[in-house]
Design a protein around this ligand. Structure first.
Ligand SMILES: [Zn+2]
Length: 303
């Protein structure tokens, strides 16, 4: 039996295939897509059956994560998409969703899975080195200890949930130069990225129409008064977003970056296929970890 180190408990064990993007998100995207399948834009003929998986956790740790996932799915994700949102992604009903300690655990488990694994190399649209490498390592290790119940807090940071929605009816949006696939990006994609400059660092991820920001530097976000996740409480689905810089990232800059990445990937793929033939997609199983990660991101938009 092959034993490897579980990335969470650090014990030598047989590792399970873990989803990076939770399966309930993939299932919802499939169920609500035109065709009932997810389509990988890197290869329009190939359907992703079950999201991408990676050997990451032992069975015990995987079981812990899946209880958080299932609570988040039943008490936040499904109620939001089914009860508060219509088919166009507009919020049609105000209200708030109750949560308990599983909420923060779920979000941190998602952020940890994504950001402890080197994904940032593939999602950076510029070539500037991230100046916060040491802080990121330290934060990820603290997250690991929190998720493994070695500490009761997430460290010196705060986490926020944003309920995204179709923004066609907002007047000020019409004046901006936006991605032609903006609503698709906001509602129907998954994504992850560090947001940073020399003095700030945020972990950003989204699964369908729900986004998460963990504010590392500074440790609190200004301008999202209704979005902060506490240990337990209730969170409103209609929120004030007053942080111009982060709004610009989420609604303007990032969707355009994703458009560019998608185009670049399509071009590269066409060139490689031309050079080595049409069977590239069959070799996916043997590709390196890193290539798999880049696929998570670039396949995050379905039909
Ligand atoms: Zn483990």
């Amino acid at each position: 039996m092959n034993q490897e180190e579980c990335k969470l408990c650090l014990k030598q064990k047989k590792l399970e295939n873990s989803h990076i993007i939770p399966s309930f998100v993939i299932n919802w995207l499939k169920k609500t897509s035109l065709t009932g399948h997810l389509r990988n834009p890197n290869d329009s003929n190939r359907r992703i059956q079950d999201g991408q998986k990676i050997k990451l956790l032992c069975r015990d740790c995987e079981a812990i994560f899946s209880t958080y996932e299932s609570q988040f799915n039943r008490k936040i994700f499904m109620p939001y998409v089914n009860n508060h949102m219509d088919l166009s992604g507009e919020i049609v009903k105000d209200g708030s969703l109750k949560y308990d300690t599983w909420n923060l655990k779920f979000i941190i488990s998602l952020q940890w899975r994504i950001f402890s694994l080197g994904m940032e190399n593939f999602i950076r649209a510029d070539n500037d080195p991230n100046p916060h490498t040491e802080l990121i390592k330290k934060t990820n290790e603290h997250f690991r200890r929190y998720l493994n119940s070695e500490t009761t807090n997430t460290g010196n940071n705060n986490t926020y949930i944003l309920f995204l929605r179709n923004i066609n009816n907002y007047n000020n949006v019409k004046q901006l130069d936006l991605s032609p696939k903006l609503n698709h990006y906001l509602i129907r994609s998954y994504d992850a990225s560090f947001i940073y400059n020399n003095s700030q660092l945020f972990y950003f991820s989204k699964i369908g129409p729900i986004a998460f920001i963990t504010s590392i530097l500074p440790n609190k976000l200004v301008g999202y008064p209704d979005s902060r996740v506490k240990l337990k409480g209730a969170i409103s689905v209609i929120q004030k977003w007053l942080n111009e810089d982060l709004n610009h990232f989420i609604f303007v800059k990032r969707p355009k970056q994703m458009d560019l990445l998608r185009k670049k990937t399509e071009n590269q793929k066409a060139q490689i296929e031309k050079a080595i033939g049409q069977n590239l997609h069959r070799k996916n199983d043997t590709m390196t970890l890193h290539v798999t990660y880049s696929d998570f991101l670039r396949s995050g938009i379905d039909d």
